[in-house]
Design a protein around this ligand. Structure first.
Ligand code: HEC
Length: 151
């Protein structure tokens, strides 16, 4: 076999273990990393339209409430998937998650409390309260990512 064909086959097999966006595949049983990443993406998928609605100044109380309800069904999913031995590619988590578990748990709980408040204000349908509660949740995402997410 020629060198260049060998190289081409090697390249192909390397490409095969990468996903479309160039991330390594999560090959562990149960795919904890991939599953929690999907859980976060689902959270973003309902959280983002809430922010868009507020930024574009077209708050629709019923729509917002439905999104807040959906968020409260999704918000618990990622956390049990951060088991002790799950810091491996393609995770975007930092080692701090496992080095400072108490701080990580604090940030998680702040997020959970903020989403409780967001749901309560969404039920109340007072726009200024909804805006304040949305902002708080957004800050809890960022507060955690700052220390515990690498990119
Ligand atoms: C307590 C910490 C914490 C909170 C709160 C948090 N995240 Fe994250 N988030 C993480 C960590 C850690 C990762 C990286 C997970 C991994 O790759 O293993 C992550 C990953 C993500 C990702 C990337 C998923 C991917 O792989 O593409 C998105 C999107 C995301 N979070 C959105 C949010 C949003 C939106 C909020 C708030 C509504 C939020 N997160 C709140 C810790 C947090």
């Amino acid at each position: 076999m020629s060198i260049s064909l060998k190289n081409a086959l090697l390249l192909l097999s390397t490409v095969a273990v990468l996903t479309a966006c160039g991330e390594p595949e999560d090959t562990r049983p149960g795919q904890p990393v991939k599953t929690r990443q999907t859980a976060f993406k689902e959270i973003l998928r309902v959280f983002e339209p809430m922010g868009t609605m507020l930024r574009q100044d077209r708050y629709e109380a019923d729509k917002f409430e439905a999104l807040a309800e959906r968020l409260s069904t999704l918000r618990d999913a990622p956390w049990p998937l951060f088991a002790a031995d799950t810091h491996y590619p393609p995770s975007k988590g930092t080692p701090a998650i496992w080095q400072q578990p108490a701080v990580f748990a604090e940030r998680r709980d702040a997020f959970l409390r903020a989403t409780d408040l967001l749901l309560a204000t969404a039920h109340g349908k007072d726009e200024s309260q909804v805006r304040a509660a949305y902002k708080t949740v957004h800050e809890t995402c960022q507060d955690c990512h700052k220390t515990f997410k690498s990119r």
